[in-house]
Write a protein that binds this ligand. Sequence first.
Ligand code: SF4
Length: 81
Amino acid sequence: MIDVEERKLGELTIRIDRLLCVGFGDCIEEAPTAFEFDDEGIAVFRENAAATEPGIVIEACRSCPVDALEVLAPDGSRIVP
Ligand code: SF4
């Protein structure tokens, strides 16, 4: 699998760096409709992740203790971390 998983959720672009993720699960606690663990205990997008409210996704990405989650605005500017 590739090391960085990227997905457009509404207007936001979210990236999960699989090498940085250590599986603490903070993002999943904050946004259980957007993220889940895969078989390796690494965060991945849920199928319906785009249905999660953008503010919740942003807060969930901010909660990552190792900055494995990146959020980009529509103009490409970085919102998180
Ligand atoms: S909060 Fe960060 S380290 Fe924890 S599961 Fe989510 S992406 Fe991985």
